[in-house]
Design a binder for this molecule. Structure first.
Ligand code: HEC
Ligand code: HEC
Length: 218
């Protein structure tokens, strides 16, 4: 399995990247055009892709290749969401590339620490984050949960050439939802089923812990 995913990662590294370039536009022009085209996204995904509501994923600083893949998946129906599926139908491939280039250039903002937390709540959160950090770095050898760090990077920055998504500073509740969607197969687009195999082995407690850890990564 290890060997197979490595070979897969290499294939995407060698074939990736090209989809983020327009034949007739410079990168800077594409980013500017993308900003205009992203006006319809702001109501849910927030200013500069930093949404304030946890049900809407942040798009800021996400790898462009990953964003384009998701928009294509919403359009062709391999990833389904009542809001996104309809919207993606209206986007051309050039629109997707421009919008993705724009969001990739924005800075993601982490949630501020909660100020109304009691000492107990804070301690509980810290334990959760520590457990999640351990799983993120080391995985769980016995139960064959792969370490997230291998594909999503030490700082949750993702892997641009392979189009593995950045995860850092993402809303914990969105991460929990989407990991459960992988687990149940509701989110079915997924190269080589990598996330299906991993999430299937994760318990609810592990999903909650790792999501809380990732949300604090900056
Ligand atoms: C009415 C609200 C709404 C609007 C407007 C909207 N989105 Fe979304 N978007 C969502 C929701 C909800 C999800 C999460 C779907 C899920 O849980 O699988 C999402 C997910 C996404 C994702 C996947 C992110 C990830 O981390 O996997 C991308 C990419 C995306 N939207 C791009 C866009 C773009 C580009 C626009 C504007 C053209 C847009 N969205 C407009 C609600 C919206
Ligand atoms: C072998 C590589 C690999 C490993 C290891 C891995 N992932 Fe992933 N992950 C991926 C890929 C590839 C995607 C993107 C799937 C797609 O393009 O639809 C992804 C997507 C995700 C997403 C969705 C991001 C979004 O914005 O919607 C989350 C959350 C995630 N992974 C969490 C984890 C966690 C937590 C772990 C560790 C327990 C982990 N991953 C380990 C390859 C990996």
């Amino acid at each position: 399995m290890q060997k197979k995913s490595l070979a897969f990662a290499l294939t995407v590294i060698l074939s990736g990247g090209a989809s983020q370039v327009h034949a007739e536009m410079t990168h800077a022009d594409s980013v500017n055009t993308g900003k205009q085209k992203s006006i319809t996204c702001v109501s849910c995904h927030g200013e500069h892709g930093n949404s304030t509501m946890a049900m809407f994923p942040k798009l800021a600083q996400q790898n462009a290749g990953y964003l384009v893949n998701q928009l294509k998946a919403f359009k062709d129906g391999t990833r389904k969401d009542p809001m996104m599926s309809t919207l993606a139908m209206t986007l051309t491939e050039n629109d997707m590339v421009d919008i993705a280039n724009y969001y990739a250039e924005q800075k993601i903002v982490a949630e501020p620490a909660k100020s109304d937390e009691s000492a107990e709540e804070r301690a509980e959160h810290e334990t959760l984050v520590a457990q999640g950090g351990d799983l993120y770095r080391n995985g769980d050898l016995k139960r064959e949960v792969s370490a997230c760090i291998a594909c999503h990077g030490p700082l949750g920055e993702g892997n641009k050439p392979a189009a593995f998504p950045a995860l850092k500073s993402q809303h914990a509740d969105y991460l929990i939802k989407t990991l459960n969607d992988f687990k149940s197969g509701k989110r079915s687009n997924n190269p080589e089923n990598m996330m299906h195999m991993i999430s299937a082995k994760m318990s609810d407690a592990e999903i909650k812990a790792v999501a809380n850890r990732i949300a604090t990564m900056k």
